[in-house]
Design a protein around this ligand. Sequence first.
Ligand code: GLA
Length: 743
Amino acid sequence: MIRFDKKNNLFILETPNTSYIIAVIDSFYLGHIYYGKKLSSEDADALIRLSRADIAHGVPSVNKRDKVGFLDNYPMEYSFAGTGDFREACIDVTAENGDQGLELHYDSYKIYPGKNALTDLPSVRGCEKCCDSLDIILKDDVLSLKVILTYSVYKDSDAITRSVKIINESSETLHLTKALSACMDIDMQGGKILTLHGAWGREREITEVEALPGAVVAESKRGKSSAEENPFIALLSDKADFDNGEVYAMNFVYSGNFLAKAARDQSDKVRMVMGIHPFHFNWELRSNESFQTPECVLVYSDKGLNGMSHCFHDLYREHLIPEKWAHAEKPVLINNWEATLTNFNKDILVDFAKEASKLGLDMLVMDDGWFGNRFDDNRALGDWYVNEEKLPGGLKALSEEINKAGLKFGIWVEPEMINEDSDLYRAHPDWAFHLKGREKNLGRNQCVLDLTREEVWNGVYSQIKTSLSSGNIAYVKWDMNRALTDVASLALPAEKQGEVFHRFVLAVYRMQNALLADFPDILLENCSSGGGRFDPAMLYYSPQIWTSDNTDAIERLSIQEGTALVYPMSTMGAHVADCPSFATGRTTDFETRADVAMAGTFGYELDIRNIKDEEKELIPDQIKRFRIVNPIIRDGDYYRIASYRKNRFYDCWESVTKDKEKAIFTFVEIHAESNKPSRKIRFKGLNPNKEYTLSVLHDGRARKKGENASGLDGLKAHGSTLMNAGIIINRMSDFKSLQILLH
Ligand code: GLA
């Protein structure tokens, strides 16, 4: 899978369908030769010629008078700043004498089976049987700096992971002012750059712009991966669509500030980089100290966006999400947030649980409001002990009652935050991030705790541990409701303040690790004001993430489309909420809401005691349907068929089991048109030679239960017919949906 061609100085990395080729150029620099569809492994000679032809200005050993021209044009494997490559650099260093910049040259390499976990950071998991790794060691002789580029290649995946370790081998102190994780110089004319731009309630909107000269940047300086931009960027060939064309994608296994940039350079190549954002980053590297960057995942697909999604989904399911949950059915839950906000008590929750249990749900999640003096969202964050006025007998008594009603019990926490109106703040006002001499900047009336300080970390975690130990808790929703500002730590000297953003993220990871070690059976769900921290690093700890606070079924379609482009369907927290939607004022069918929520983890977020009887009656059947469709959605291949963000009228997607025995198809009409009574839809990913039966599980057009309004129920046809001729879907009406099982 990985080999070194000694004769030609080439590193050849092969995945089942792709090749990634790195060359040592001029016996000195590390250049990028090729990434794309698999090549014949016999062609190293031709490749090295290709790499030479690419050297517009000649290698420095031959043409020293124009070394800068070479450095600024050659496709580099890990670009460095200050010595001639004016494109985006991956690394920059300030020496003790103030000199900035460096020049990295090739030193040596190591190929080994398996993959080492990254110190203190989540990363894609590896084992000796499933992957091989390559370390390429680069050096800067003047700084005595060693840089190890690590690549891992999986037997069952076309993804490649990359990370970098930077070691100061000098006796001086260096400052790392930039340390990105990966660079790709791609030779592509034309094309588009895709990012997942968004906002609270509008997370991960697929945004495509032409790859013109200049840069497209997706970045976060908010201390979290953010709702505004996702740590993802992709370069698409001109005609790329759901199923065709080339896609080069990068996804960052990190939850803090990040930079993802794609820029067309002067020689028409596109340089893509990804890593920790250099904003307020300055890492002191004393003699013999090292810095480990987070991991970046690279995917190449020649089968368009669906091909790319399959690759990310499979990698994350098999090698990132905690193994125990990757293929497990998650409990169907009722969450009280939208129904009660913080205004609940034990009786209300027990009533919720009794009602939910009758209808066939599995778990009750008590959201924000159970602790300290939390009667609204202005106070008590930091006081992680139960509010006995609301919950007499504490979590023990409450969880017992919920369990008695037949449900598991889950709970909400927000460990990174503190309100000024809290006992914790009154005892330790200096525990919140603040800048000397300035008033603290509040967000949702709260401050961020400096978790990089040991006493703060312990002070918070010990409280949470005690509370979680006091009842029978099966699930934790970990929230994070504001971005980081005023980032300075009292525990660090002035020259280390540029480390605080990253140290904070490491402290969060450490706490999630501790939580899972102390409570190994807990199902953890991450959340950040909805989907503000939906990234692969969070998936390393929690198999699901709340996708968005926007629970309007129609808005959810594009949020879930953007999310599922990269992240497995099984990871998307999705609930049926009440209508009119608090987010949009829109009213949609109860069944449409269920069909949309079934694309993710599935649950309810409404006042289950007081919804209309006709809605209540639908719940047992919806749960029955969920149990049929979830294994297909959770473990199968996801295909986007149409997107209303593109066509404005309808949305549809499909999941097919790996053995192609079953598929589940969902269609949602957004805007019904007059005089356009039907739509033709072609299925994807089926076995052309197999005959499938269509069973309509829910038909938004039917006026009464069991009516075959679509005319599709019971239809039998081969995969080839369903994929090529397709089916006709009759017009329903706005916000109605259709769910079909193919088997
Ligand atoms: C965030 C979450 C919500 C809910 C509230 C509670 O907004 O996204 O689901 O938990 O916090 O304050």
